[in-house]
Design a protein around this ligand. Structure first.
Ligand code: ZN
Length: 445
């Protein structure tokens, strides 16, 4: 008997509903923290994640050059407010951290309403929502508020205070490496830089944390690298510090916006037909739920950096409703009511199914390619047992033997034959143990 391959059922025993509730609880805990590109909100968030999955913390000093970018000063806020002449806080960071323009420079002075308005941001067509705005690379200060709140401001003098520090410090990110049977890696990332926004940011953080907790207990073929990084600059920083290691990345997914009730959406890698693109398309198609597959564009989340032409890694992006296509995006309405435990659980279950296909999508070579080997004589049909549909397993044997030329993967054979991936893996396993197939390594990239 030859070697056997164990079918990877990464979802085994998962209760999506329960997992969704766990993820939702983490989102609720982390929701009040004031995260940004840098600072203590990010550190506290990562400390929470580290209670679920083992995490290495990295601190990269301000001023460090990463490709064409420079790590900026670190930003931390104690308090921020605008008071009227009676000393009442008419805009208050303590009520919502979205009220403060992220990376506002410290300031404390009196201003007229006209001057104040030059530093206010609202959403006129969503008059009750607070927008989320940043000013990472331009020195500025400002407040975000609802249109109604702004309209209520009287023509008077106001006291503005932003009690913050913007000083040399660090950019912080978290990394979890789970070694597998090979050094080939699957890269999974999410951004960690948004303040009180539930779907855009916290859903990805909690999904990746719980995914890591599950993977860390399993014996896997690939090594897994999980990155919790500030958007854009975090991926640029990681790539700058790990350029050589990127050769080991065989598959990757950026996770973002995985908790809203919309259907799952997968954005292909720049390569367009990388194994990961085909694995995700297969799993979402086979599941039969509403979903969308969209082509790569150089706009979006950290896939922009992983798919920049100098790297061109096989990294796609998985989320539910794409950013910018739901009105709550980057506003105070992306809150704890907008994300659903059920959607989080479904995202985790489907992602585990994708990774199971990635794990099992091997290539084989037929060791008896001159005419069909005589299957009955080898007891292959007996090995199937009585409970399974014999005819389709027999078809599985024939397809696996015919197309296993070292070039076609199991997924290629599934797509061409119309047989299920799981069925073909089972057929491959039996052919392998009967010495009719041998596994071949990954094709050179
Ligand atoms: Zn965002």
């Amino acid at each position: 008997m030859g070697p056997s391959m164990q079918m990877s059922d990464l979802r085994q025993g998962l209760q999506p509903e329960e997992a969704g509730n766990d993820m939702y609880r983490m989102i609720s805990e982390l929701y009040p923290l004031c995260r940004s590109l840098t600072g203590d909100g990010v550190r506290r968030t990562l400390a929470s994640v580290a209670r679920v999955v083992p995490l290495d913390m990295h601190e990269v000093p301000s001023g460090t050059q990463v490709f064409d970018w420079t790590i900026p000063n670190e930003w931390n806020v104690r308090d921020a407010w605008v008071k009227d002449r009676q000393g009442r806080r008419v805009i208050d960071f303590q009520v919502s951290n979205l009220h403060l323009l992220s990376y506002s420079v410290p300031i404390h002075r009196r201003v007229t309403l006209t001057e104040l308005k030059e530093h206010l941001f609202t959403l006129p067509d969503r008059p009750d929502w607070i927008p989320y705005r940043t000013s990472y690379y331009t020195d500025n200060w400002g407040f975000c508020l609802s249109q109604r709140q702004m309209e209520a401001l009287e023509d008077d003098e106001y006291e503005v205070c932003i009690d913050a520090t913007l000083e040399p410090g660090h950019l912080t990110y978290g990394e979890c490496y789970l070694p597998g049977q090979t050094q080939d890696e699957v890269l999974l990332t999410t951004h960690i830089c948004h303040p009180s926004l539930a779907n855009d940011n916290l859903s990805g953080i909690s999904l990746l944390a719980w995914l890591g907790a599950r993977l860390s207990g399993l014996s896997l073929r690939y090594s897994y690298r999980l990155l919790f990084i500030p958007g854009t600059l975090g991926s640029i920083t990681w790539l700058a510090r790990n350029e050589a290691a990127t050769a080991r990345i065989k598959h990757g997914i950026v996770l973002s916006g995985v908790g809203d009730p919309g259907p799952l959406t997968y954005k292909r890698s720049r390569q367009g037909a990388a194994d990961i693109d085909r694995c995700v398309a297969y799993v979402l198609g086979a599941a039969g739920d509403d979903h969308a597959i969209i082509d790569f564009t150089p706009y979006g989340y950290d896939e922009r950096q992983f798919c920049s032409p100098g790297f061109d890694l096989p990294v796609g992006r998985l989320g539910r409703t794409p950013h910018g296509e739901y009105p709550e995006y980057h506003t105070s309405a992306d809150d704890l009511e907008f994300v659903r435990p059920q959607a989080l659980g479904d995202s985790l279950a489907k992602l585990l199914d994708v990774l199971a296909v990635v794990e099992d999508n091997r290539r084989f070579r037929n060791l008896k390619p001159m005419c069909e080997p005589q299957l009955g004589r080898r007891g292959l049909y007996r090995a199937i047992g009585a409970t399974i549909d014999h005819q389709s397993v027999e078809l599985g044997f024939l397809w696996m033997l015919n197309l296993s030329d070292g070039d076609h993967s199991v997924l290629d054979i599934a797509r061409r034959s119309g047989l299920s991936f799981e069925m073909l893996v089972r057929a491959a396993d039996l052919l392998l143990t009967h010495g009719l197939l041998e596994e071949v390594g990954d094709k050179a990239a």
